[in-house]
Structure formats: structure tokens, C-alpha cells
Design a protein around this ligand. Structure first.
Ligand code: UT7
Length: 324
């Protein structure tokens, strides 16, 4: 039997766009270096009045409108973020209040760039147990607030934004790889890689928010290996071959990682949704943002077979195969 179905998607981006040229005025970098090494041309950066919760709420509203359902029908909100508005309560509860759907389940998930995959699997599991009938799964970040704007090796890579999906519990008739729903998911973590990508602050250690620190080339190598292997696992689990996939919606960290992973699996680059050029790396928001972008521009259609994948700090990584 298939898992829960995505019945609507939405996204939101901060108003302000920051180009590579603008960053080159602040740190020793260039548009040429950033484009060549990452594929990034610009990113959206939140203004003071734009927070993880406001972006998440806007994305959630867009997803609800797309699905044509009321906020009141949402019994579960799972929000993936590494940049919550406050240490507690969960940003998901702020979104719940803003949407006016009180009383259901609402909590955050912390798996950084893989957060949306973790949140989707968590929501799917809860829906399958009957804890709720309909969920909002959101990835939302304001990474600009945890960047060291003097560190050129990280500050050029990230952006802010949010993406959301409305997820509905599988009906009694759900089944078969042609029916809409989540067909298979695999998640992993390896905490021994903590020091390759982390934030050097937190309430229990420094009592500061801290900044992103990353050993980029090492993360890059792990990303290609881990992503290729988890994608293979999901294909094996579902009995689907890579040439049956219509679209890959990857975490948008670096255009070169997207190319290398697609090549390893023998998937044509034309089937890979790329938004890293416009959004940069928006951590947990990047997969649902890219999914919504490709649905709204008409690339991803009902019935398409879509592979979502991500890898991030922890390390954490995962993939999910979905019939839209
Ligand atoms: O979202 C979670 C997952 N994150 C990722 O997947 C990120 C994975 N890593 C990457 O995407 C890449 O490793 C980076 C984009 C972060 C870096 O690209 P790279 O090709 O691995 O470059 P590098 O770190 O090996 O640096 C090459 C050179 C160095 O100079 P030297 O030592 O060769 O003189 C860096 O200091 O480029 C220098 N450099 C820069 N130059 C201009 C590093 N950052 C910059 C910069 N502008 N912004």
C-alpha cells in the first residue's frame, strides 16, 4: 500500500534579492568563482520583519490554497528548520496559531538540510497510524541569521525561504506504484561527521546562536557518495528503475553535486530540477521550494514519478520516491 499523498504545494521567498556582485563588495569573492564552483547567481535574504515563521506561514497558506482545503482541516504540522524563531516553543506552533487551526499536533524537526525529508517521513508515519487525516509539512529557514558574513567559504552559499506541502492520509483504495502517494523512503544519519558541518553555538553550550562552520570539500565528497547510495536503496525497495523517474528534486546545495549524483545514477540532467542558481542553499526549505517551483511552472504534473533527496549536517541524508 502507498503512503500519504501530496495534494498541494506552496512556497515563499523573502522580498530582498542579493546578487553575487553585492557579496563581492563585502568579502573577497567574485561572481565568477561563485557561479563556477556552486551554480549560485543570487539568493533571497530575509529583512527584519521576515522570520522563519512568517515565511513558513506564507508557504503553508499557498499550499493550502493549491490543495483547495481549509486550515481548519489540518490536524498535524511538522516543520523542519535549523533556524527556529525561538529556541522554544516550536516554530510549527507559531504557524499553527497564524493559520488559526488550534488543537492538532504541531512540532519541529531538526535534521538541517535533510529536514524536509525527515519531516515528510514523520508526517507520513503519523498519518498512517490515524493520528491525523491531513498534515502540513514545511521546510523553512532564515540561514542568513546564522551566517558569518566575514567568512567567504560559507556566506556566499546560503539563502532564506520556505516550502510546504499538504499531505493527506492514504485512502483505503491506495495501492500500486501508479496510484498517487509516497512509494518508499529511506533516512540515515552519521553523527561521527558532526564536525564537518555544524553551528558553533547553541543554548546548552555557548548560550549564543552561533555561526555555520563547514569543511566544504569533505561535505561535497560525502554528499555524492551518500546520496547515490540512498537513491539506490529507495529504487531497490520500490522495485522501480532510475529510467522510470520523471523528475529528481534534490536538495539545492551545489549544481556540481546535483550533476555528479545524477551522473552516478544514469539519470539525465534534464530530469533534475535546479533552483540553486536563484535560491542558493536554503537548507530544509530547498526541496519543497524546488518541488513547488517545478509544479507551478508546469514541469511536474499529476502522475509523475518524483524522487526527493537531501543531505546535510549531522550528517543526515535521505530520499523519498513519490507518485504525484
Ligand atoms: O547543504 C548541506 C550540504 N552542503 C554541501 O553540500 C556543500 C558541499 N561543498 C561544496 O559545495 C563546495 O565544497 C564549496 C562550494 C563549499 C567549495 O567549493 P570547492 O570547489 O570545494 O572549493 P574549496 O573549498 O576547495 O576552495 C578552493 C579555493 C580555496 O583557495 P585556495 O586554498 O585554493 O587558495 C578557497 O579559499 O577557493 C577559495 N574560496 C573562495 N574564493 C572565492 C573559498 N570560498 C571562496 C569564495 N570566493 N567565496
Amino acid at each position: 500500500m502507498n503512503g500519504s499523498r501530496i495534494i498541494g504545494t506552496g512556497s515563499a521567498l523573502p522580498r530582498r534579492i542579493v546578487t553575487n556582485a553585492e557579496l563581492a563588495e563585502r568579502v573577497d569573492t567574485s561572481d565568477e568563482w561563485i557561479v563556477e564552483r556552486t551554480g549560485i547567481r543570487q539568493r533571497h535574504i530575509a529583512e527584519k520583519d521576515e522570520t522563519t515563521a512568517t515565511l513558513a506561514t506564507a508557504a503553508a497558506r499557498a499550499a493550502l490554497a493549491d490543495a483547495g482545503v481549509d486550515a481548519a482541516s489540518i490536524g498535524l504540522i511538522v516543520l523542519a528548520t535549523a533556524t527556529p524563531d525561538n529556541t522554544f516553543p516550536a516554530t510549527a506552533t507559531k504557524v499553527q496559531a497564524a493559520l488559526g487551526c488550534r488543537g492538532g499536533i504541531a512540532f519541529d524537526v531538526a535534521a538541517v538540510c535533510s529536514g524536509f525529508l525527515y519531516a515528510l517521513a514523520t508526517a507520513d508515519s503519523l498519518l498512517r497510524t490515524g493520528m491525523a487525516q491531513r498534515a502540513l509539512v514545511i521546510g523553512a529557514e532564515t540561514f542568513s541569521r546564522i551566517l558569518d558574513w566575514e567568512d567567504r567559504t560559507t556566506c556566499v552559499l546560503f539563502g532564506d525561504g520556505a516550502g510546504a506541502v499538504v499531505l493527506e492520509a492514504p485512502g483505503a483504495d491506495a495501492g500500486g506504484s501508479d496510484a498517487p502517494g509516497i512509494l518508499g523512503t529511506r533516512l540515515h544519519a552519521d553523527g561521527a561527521c558532526h564536525d564537518l558541518l555544524y553551528v558553533d553555538g547553541g543554548p546548552s553550550t555557548t548560550q549564543t546562536v552561533g555561526h555555520v562552520r563547514m569543511r566544504g570539500p569533505e561535505v561535497f565528497r560525502h554528499a555524492v557518495v551518500n546520496l547515490s547510495s540512498v537513491l539506490k536503496e529507495v529504487l531497490e525497495e520500490t522495485g522501480i528503475s532510475s529510467d522510470e523517474i520523471d523528475w529528481v528534486v534534490p536538495h539545492q546545495a551545489n549544481a556540481r553535486i546535483l550533476d555528479a549524483t545524477a551522473r552516478k545514477l544514469g539519470i539525465s540532467p534534464d530530469k533534475v530540477v535546479v533552483t540553486v542558481d536563484r535560491h542558493a542553499n536554503t537548507s530544509a526549505a530547498s526541496v519543497p521550494l524546488a518541488l513547488d517551483t517545478a509544479r507551478r511552472d508546469g514541469r511536474i504534473k499529476p502522475g509523475d514519478l518524483v524522487m526527493l533527496e537531501a543531505m546535510g549536517g549531522g550528517f543526515t541524508w535521505g530520499a523519498s520516491l513519490i507518485r504525484m
